[in-house]
Design a protein around this ligand. Structure first.
Ligand code: NDP
Length: 239
């Protein structure tokens, strides 16, 4: 039973499709309910077990409700994929304080809200797995990506700290670091020239989101005593 945030498009949607095809029940969260409804209908038509609810990860109560839905519908929560994210990137000198705040709220606070909702359930079950989508932007720091990379590395650090605190064997944590992936992520970039550049890079070399979904499935499907801490997955042609 896997709950996924940011399931309405891109990597989250591909992950829902991949895991449902492998037999997992999935609970889908994102703000665009129409998208979730369409995806849920697709998955059900293929025999999948699925529930969904509108979820804004910046609201703690929405994550609590998403986890409650998973437990209510399917009796447990095995994995939370904290995947929702935005990339309102720009050079730091542009002082896009609003964009920085939005990234901190969604990319960092949103993941923390997921942890706060899922951890009590995992502890009660003595079993659980937190997967988050961070980024190669946090491994090779590029101009315009400083704050975005900072939010992703904050999450990487939080998960590693939680791992260090959780060595009794019932909690697993995994950070997935994708490079360029063909999704709608660039839509949140407000600078038109920068958005065009990122969209061109995406068009020329990006991975299909299904590739990231398969990496997430690989981490989840390991036996409980095997924790895949980090996966970096980028196009072979990415520098
Ligand atoms: P998309 O824009 O296609 O997907 C982003 C998802 O996040 C959407 O489902 C969106 O749903 C959701 N989302 C955004 N804000 C919120 C919010 N406040 N509450 C709930 N959901 C929200 O992009 P990707 O699939 O690429 O992004 C998924 C993750 O992968 C992100 O964390 C991104 O940073 C990361 N990533 C992406 C890379 C890429 O090249 N594409 C590379 C490395 C990492 P909705 O708008 O319906 O709420």
């Amino acid at each position: 039973m896997v709950a996924i945030t940011g399931a309405s498009s891109g990597i989250g949607e591909a992950t829902a499709r991949e895991l449902a095809a492998r037999g997992a029940a999935v609970v889908l969260g994102a703000r665009r309910e129409d998208r979730l409804e369409r995806l849920a209908a697709d998955l059900r038509a293929a025999g999948g077990r699925v529930a969904h609810r509108p979820t804004d990860v910046t609201r703690r109560e929405d994550l609590t409700a998403l986890v409650d839905l998973a437990v209510g519908e399917f009796g447990r929560l095995d994995v939370l994929v904290g995947n929702a994210g935005i990339s309102t990137i720009s050079p730091v000198a542009d002082l896009d304080v609003e964009g920085w705040s939005q990234m901190i709220d969604v990319n960092v606070r949103g993941v923390l809200h997921g942890i706060a909702a899922a951890l009590p359930v995992f502890r009660a079950q003595r079993r659980g797995h937190l997967v988050t989508t961070v980024s190669t932007a946090g491994l090779k720091i590029s101009p315009t990506m400083a704050v975005y990379a900072g939010t992703k590395n904050a999450v990487r650090t939080i998960l590693e700290g939680l791992r260090q605190e959780s060595t009794e064997g019932w909690l697993r944590t995994t950070s997935i670091s994708p490079g360029y992936v063909r999704t709608e992520l660039a839509a949140s970039i407000t600078d038109p020239a920068l958005r065009t550049r990122i969209e061109q890079n995406t068009a020329s070399l990006a991975l299909d989101p299904a590739a990231v979904a398969r990496a997430i499935a690989f981490a989840i499907e390991q036996p409980q005593d095997v924790e895949i801490g980090d996966i970096t997955i980028r196009p072979s042609a990415q520098d």
